[in-house]
Design a protein around this ligand. Sequence first.
Ligand code: GAR
Length: 199
Amino acid sequence: MTTKKRVAILISGRGSNMAALIEAAKASDYPAEIVGVFSNKDAAPGLDFARARGIAVASLSHKNFASRELFDAEVERILQTWNADFVCLAGYMRIFSNAFAERWTGRMLNIHPSLLPRHKGLHPQQQALDAGDSESGCTVHWVTPELDAGPTILQRRVPILPGDTADTLAERILVEEHIAYPQALAMLARGEVALDRSI
Ligand code: GAR
């Protein structure tokens, strides 16, 4: 088969979406390989999972950098050492400098636990409950400089059930996230989707 695309994953915590991507990429016919995992938190549990599977890991605290631009420049340097073709954000809770976002636009995906454009930003599951929605889900989308606003690649839906809390809803959505993200990355790596910059 053709060469696998080289993918770096950026995390801030648990890393269950990262784990789903790593597991999917084990398949010999999966079109991407995970070449490195970066975290902006040194203690992110996801780093241990990746390290234990022989994947390169790196972490940096933004507190050691004078500006967002300088921090992102160092992240960029790490991505270059891994020779990454694409970046997947997986619970990466840090806003990018414009320069970084622009550089990776069209080559960077994010997953968000809501049916975007509904409920951008923090606590989207609680936002969905507060809005009285009858369904929610997850969205894999292109990352553009505006937060949670890039075009959608795919969504999976779940019902909101009576008695749901933000936690029970998050758990139901997470199951779908772990299916959606590997599917979306495979589509990207096979060249089946591309960002239309005119919209
Ligand atoms: C996931 O639900 C992901 O969609 C969400 O954070 C969680 C990370 O979990 N991301 C965002 O809210 C981004 N705006 P994970 O670390 O287990 O993948």
